[in-house]
Design a protein around this ligand. Sequence first.
Ligand code: NAD
Length: 284
Amino acid sequence: MTAVLMDGKSVAARVREDVADQVETLVEQTGVRPGLATILVGDDPASQVYVASKRKSCVAAGMLDLHRHLLATTTQRELEAVVDELAGDPAVSGILVQLPLPDHLDPDAVIARIPASKDVDGLTTASAGLLARGLPGLRPCTSAGVVELLDAYSIPLDGAHAVVVGRSALVGKPLAQLLVARNATVTTCHSRTASLAEHTVRADIVIAAAGVPGLIDARGVRAGATVVDVGIHRTPTGLCGDVDFHSVRAVAGHLTPVPGGVGPMTIAMLLSNTVTAARHTVSR
Ligand code: NAD
């Protein structure tokens, strides 16, 4: 068997087009154009690239780019004041604080000031609580992107056994909850799990979000299973993920490549969250 590759680039492009249509409908109906406020503190090169890409996609979807670039010497109090100002500004639909922040700043205290209604990264405790309770809210972008990609390839979730490898607040935990909400039976594995492959090999869907290159190989995948690789690692020969692509491709039914799988979905879901946040703001 050779796995069908799940093309995150083209699914993400479809999501972005759909978001652009939703933006124009919202503008026509309410006169409100959604605005995304990204906050970058300092000049970390990788963060600059990520923020530039988010801003570009936001403008391409017809939304306002309300970016704030702050000096690396910004104090906790100054940064929190900027977040508070954006939180109270009706032109701002969504707020995203680019992480990591410089070492002298406390990210948790900053993120805690983002209202759940503008938390387009889905990272606040309030958003996590809404997800845990199964209530409407903004979901973390990468996890939501994985579910969107599974849906785009019509992978059945209802009654499926999914194994999520990783339990971070950013990816693993919210993903497990999103899958349970879709009626999957979910096993969460992590760094202390004994005999990882014995769990993953029984799964209909394996999602690797451990940050360990090549952690899942063909011995941990049942023939025909769906394998989603969230990991991203830079190597001298290019990007790779948490899945040993070549061996797993020979046994899986569906597989995401790295790059071009989950990565593009993350920004697409950020845009989707921003238009959702804008719609809720105007309907209040
Ligand atoms: P993290 O380091 O916060 O969490 C990793 C998790 O994996 C932990 O819960 C840990 O218990 C588990 N783990 C570590 N080693 C393990 C092992 N040997 N066996 C089983 N579980 C193990 O990382 P994160 O923020 O959740 O990110 C995970 C990966 O996903 C990273 O490679 C990151 O770069 C990537 N990522 C990609 C995107 C994207 O848009 N594609 C977004 C976020 C993160």
